[in-house]
Design a protein around this ligand. Structure first.
Ligand SMILES: NC(=O)c1ccc[n+]([C@@H]2O[C@H](COP(=O)([O-])OP(=O)(O)OC[C@H]3O[C@@H](n4cnc5c(N)ncnc54)[C@H](OP(=O)(O)O)[C@@H]3O)[C@@H](O)[C@H]2O)c1
Length: 280
């Protein structure tokens, strides 16, 4: 076995590569600067060495994607398609990561894998198109959709961002009408390793749904309990209409994870969050 992890400067990619190394599983990683996943020559070169490729590389910034259309299309559509073509050619297993933003958030129950997609923004559109192209090029591809990743590598570490905000602001506002299921990057990395030989679409996140406001509150309360520096006096719940963003967000994206739970266990978000914060 030799697992190739793409995008290893990203929050999921780095955690995954570190975990594989810690486990003693043969693996190698490439950053964006080393391999652009839409570059045929570079992809084929790496693919020859791999039994599996796990693809966290993506253009994952939802608002900038609205204007950075070419770069986001390249990473989220051409990239997975290229990986799938090369994986098929070399008989390599492919695990590709997608998102809850392929849905429009109008469901009245948690989303199952076979539910109709209808992305509301360009990022979601490119991620859905990437799923379709990867599956068309290589039907044995495994697609793992994930939501609200926290606790990964780098500047996009959501918990660290909230801790910084509560240490610098007396009042904060978070939307309380966007509901979903958070996912701890380390738990997700474990899941990706476990799913490496699967095919088809899976939904993965920690268990329990909540709003972005409630999630921020949970981090703030933990900071208070641990006497971490915080000057924050209140976190105010606001509706999304009071916080306009370039990309429209779906309001309800909780996953139904019963399919993946037949293979692996999932722990509640609060337990995962506590574990994440204790490691900070
Ligand atoms: N973060 C979330 O809350 C969230 C939620 C749902 C789904 N996801 C999905 O989870 C996966 C991992 O996301 P993440 O949070 O780890 O994203 P991330 O931190 O932004 O990492 C993505 C990495 O991919 C690299 N990359 C971009 N374009 C590339 C290309 N063409 N070729 C090779 N590498 C490229 C980026 O490098 P540069 O920065 O140097 O360009 C970056 O290091 C993605 O598929 C994302 O769509 C994330």
């Amino acid at each position: 076995m030799n697992i190739w992890v793409t995008g290893t400067n990203g929050q999921v990619g780095r955690v995954l590569l570190d975990l594989l190394k810690k486990r003693g599983i043969p693996a190698f990683g490439t950053t964006h600067a080393e391999v652009d996943i839409a570059d045929e020559k570079a992809v084929r070169q790496q693919m020859q060495k791999a039994t599996h490729v796990i693809n966290p590389a993506a253009y994952a910034q939802v608002d900038p994607a609205e204007t950075e259309r070419e770069a986001s299309f390249r990473a989220n559509v051409s990239g997975p398609e290229m990986l799938a073509k090369a994986a098929r050619e070399f008989g390599t297993r492919l695990v590709h990561i997608s998102t809850d933003y392929v849905f429009d958030g109008k469901s009245n129950r948690p989303y199952r894998e076979e539910d109709e997609t209808n992305p509301l923004n360009w990022y979601g559109y490119t991620k859905r198109e990437g799923e379709i192209r990867a599956l068309n090029a290589y039907p044995e591809t495994c697609i793992v959709r994930v939501s609200w990743v926290f606790g990964g590598h780098g500047a996009r570490h959501y918990v660290a961002q909230v801790l910084r905000l509560v240490s610098q602001n007396k009042t904060l506002r978070f939307v309380d009408d966007q509901i979903g299921r958070p996912t701890y990057a380390l738990d997700f990395a474990e899941a990706l390793i476990a799913l490496r030989d699967c095919q088809g679409i899976y939904h993965y996140s920690n268990s329990g749904s909540l709003s972005k406001y409630a999630f921020a509150r949970a981090i703030w309360e933990w900071a208070q309990q641990k006497s971490l520096p915080t000057i924050c006096e209140q976190i105010v719940p606001i509706p999304s209409v009071e916080f306009p963003t370039p990309a429209k967000r779906p309001l309800f994206t909780s996953f139904d994870t019963s399919k993946v739970e037949k293979l692996i266990s999932i722990r509640p978000w609060r337990e995962a969050l506590t574990d994440c914060m204790n490691r900070l």
